[in-house]
Design a protein around this ligand. Structure first.
Ligand code: 1YM
Length: 648
């Protein structure tokens, strides 16, 4: 920001103007390009606003000054967040002539650092702070309880509408922020209680002892949950494993502190699970792309298990357990806190600080080794599991080699039922994976064969929850998917060999369709993770309703468009009789209709499936297909009322 062009009368004013302009330009920039600061202006961006304010309250928890936070959803998209911390400082600072409170809400990137807290972290989209929320709110009120007084300041779209004012007295301390997101910026202001509750629960787990209460005050959907986990991430692991069968009763917990950083790890193995579930966090931010702390964890875990195996004579001679063997069936939460966290990667969710690798590595090397020595029964059970995994992986490798050899002999033979397309450049092609032969037939008839391939699925459904790679290779339903996509699976998966850059799951909009979507997504999640991370997976959205008036037919995508469309169809001469029927399945539509509604790139709606969809699918799958009955019953009871509308 240059100050050269400001034509003020004196120097003092000049400075004031300059900083003032900078403030305006800062928040103006946020309003101009909100996506840069909160990711998007759809649901995820809207909820991000709440996280930003809550993050500040949690920083206060990290400073040891706050143990209660409440989040309230009020009518019309209004949110209130309160904490019982020290209250944002309100005294006017000499140099700037403003209060910290004002700076926090009006200056871009002002966070705890400003107050010398030092625990605030730079994390791309994260921690950009209260000023961004303020800029994107129709109005915002900040109230601070401090020094026996209640102070209040009001804003509108980032501008101050009421200067700092004392509005009462108090015997408490803390901060209360109420805001209404700007409807000119956000697509809608419909906060989702589940999304917020999940996030708040995660934060309650990560900050053991902190009580977070979430409350929905909207008419007709009132709800409240209060979450406090004294056991922190130990309870987090127990929660994730609640519908699984643990291999050992107690969650293993390891932690250590250094000058400016702490590391905690909680882990537990499950006998009936063949995948790994690793969650890692740096300064309470989910590091979905992993990073140095995860690298250190994996390396040390593999080493400690191999060392123990050798010492206990469970591993002979040259035998060695791979990292994957050692992590089969594990649920682990890694949480580190550090100064100046560096976030890298595509979504800025990969921890780059290399000192964290050594830190977590030595935490496990020392303390897990001691734990194993003190708990030999647990150590042996875990080692047994890893050895079984190792043998199974060997079997899978042989199965894979067989397939490779077969392919080499016969040439890459594509599955018989695949109707391939003519174009060979993967960037231009798409494959529809379709459940059912009749729908497959319509899709083949309706497609544009220049760039659209169709693979109908048939055969017995495999519960991927209970299978290792060798079973998956042999499965008659999934093997054609693997061959058609051409990129291999598991460790072998090679994105550059992918034959189509759009992989579209096309299934009916009913419970069965939802099941096949869930199955495929879980399969991709477990065995072709880069397919999801690369954004190649989509769900086709077949229309839910069919409107008929005489010979005229119109297909409607969802309930929200139904009334208007029926009205319009009726309205042409005012009294036409329009018949509305639920679309029973893809098979109901002929080839032409399927093309027009679901496959034509000019008219169709595709939903890109993301990691969150996959994690949710995975969880639903664990609950619905896993061993335990109680969580399944709970789930079904909870969602039974939505069952009519199970269209993802
Ligand atoms: C509902 C949102 O923002 N709480 C909150 C924020 C701060 C403090 C306390 C705080 C920090 C410090 C000292 C410090 C913040 N203060 C600042 C700044 N809740 C919510 N509670 N005293 C109080 O960091 O040293 C930024 S956040 F910069 F003003 F100090």
């Amino acid at each position: 920001m240059s100050t050269e062009n400001t034509n003020s009368i004196n120097d003092v004013n000049d400075e004031y103007d300059a900083s003032h302009i900078q403030v305006l330009e800062g928040l103006e920039a946020v309003r101009k390009r909100p996506g840069m600061y909160i990711g998007s202006t759809s649901t995820s961006g809207l909820h991000h606003l709440v996280y930003e304010i809550v993050d500040n309250a949690i920083d206060e928890t990290l400073a040891g000054a706050c143990d209660e936070i409440t989040v309230t959803i009020e009518k019309e998209g209004i949110i209130t967040v309160t904490d019982n911390g020290r209250g944002i400082p309100i005294d006017v600072q000499e140099q700037t002539g403003t209060s910290a409170l004002e700076v926090v809400f009006t200056v871009l990137h002002a966070g705890g650092k400003f107050g010398g807290g030092g625990y605030k972290v730079a994390g791309g989209l994260h921690g950009v702070g209260a000023s961004v929320v303020n800029a994107l709110s129709e109005w915002l009120v900040a109230r601070v309880h401090r020094n026996g007084q209640i102070y209040e300041m009001r804003f509108s779209r980032g501008d101050i509408t009421q200067e700092l004012t004392v509005v009462g007295t108090t015997d408490k301390s803390g901060t209360e922020v109420t805001f209404k997101p700007d409807k000119d910026i956000f697509d809608d202001l419909n906060f989702n209680y589940e999304i917020l509750r999940t996030r708040m629960r995660e934060q309650a787990f990560l900050n053991g002892g902190l009580r977070i209460t979430i409350c929905d005050r909207r008419g007709g959907q009132e709800a409240q949950d209060s979450m406090c986990y004294e056991g922190g991430i130990i309870e987090f692991v127990g929660y994730i494993n609640r519908s699984k069968t643990p291999l050992h009763d107690n969650v293993i917990y390891l932690h250590d502190e250094r000058e400016d950083s702490t590391a905690q790890v909680a882990l537990q193995y499950c006998g009936d699970v063949y995948n790994e579930f690793l969650l890692s966090f740096a300064n309470n931010i989910n590091t979905g792309e992993g990073g140095m702390h995860e690298t250190g964890f994996k390396a040390a875990l593999t080493r400690v298990l191999n060392d123990y195996g050798k010492k206990a004579n469970m591993l002979k001679g040259e035998d060695k357990l791979s990292g994957e063997d050692c992590r089969e069936g594990i649920t682990a939460v890694i949480s580190v806190r550090l100064m100046d966290a560096q976030f890298e990667g595509q979504t800025k969710s990969k921890l780059g600080n290399s000192e964290m690798r050594a830190f977590v590595d030595s935490l496990l090397s020392e303390k897990l080794t001691i734990y194993f020595e003190e708990n030999p029964a647990v150590a042996r059970a875990i080692l047994d599991k890893a050895l079984t995994a190792s043998r199974a992986r060997e079997a899978a490798r042989k199965a894979r080699d067989n397939i490779r050899r077969k392919n080499a002999l016969e040439g890459m033979s594509l599955p018989g039922k695949l109707a391939d397309c003519n174009e060979t450049d993967p960037a231009l092609t798409e494959i529809y994976i379709v459940e059912g032969d009749s729908a497959g037939g319509s899709a083949k008839g309706g497609r544009d064969s220049r760039f659209q391939a169709i693979l109908p699925l048939w055969g017995k459904m495999l519960n991927v929850e209970k299978a290792r790679a060798d079973k998956v290779y042999g499965n008659e339903k999934l093997a054609p998917v693997i061959t058609a996509l051409g990129a291999g699976i598991g460790e072998d998966f090679d994105e550059s060999k992918l034959r189509y850059h759009k992989v579209i799951i096309m299934a009916d909009a009913d419970v069965d369709g939802s099941h096949i979507r869930t199955l495929l997504l879980t399969f991709f999640f477990r065995f072709m993770r880069p397919l999801i991370d690369g954004g190649y997976v989509y769900a086709a959205q077949p229309p839910l309703f069919k409107l008929t008036r005489g010979k005229k037919v119109r297909w409607i995508l969802n309930e929200s468009e139904l009334d208007a469309a029926a009205e319009e169809m009726r309205g042409e001469d005012g009294k036409g009789k329009v018949e509305i029927s639920r679309n029973k399945g893809l098979g109901e539509m002929d080839a032409h209709e399927l093309w027009e509604t679901t496959m034509n790139p000019m008219t169709r709606v595709l939903k890109r499936l993301e990691l969150t969809d996959a994690i949710e699918a995975d969880e639903i799958f664990t609950v619905l297909m896993g061993e335990k009955v109680e969580p399944r019953k709970e789930y079904i009871e909870k969602y039974a009322k939505y069952a009519v509308n199970l269209d993802m």
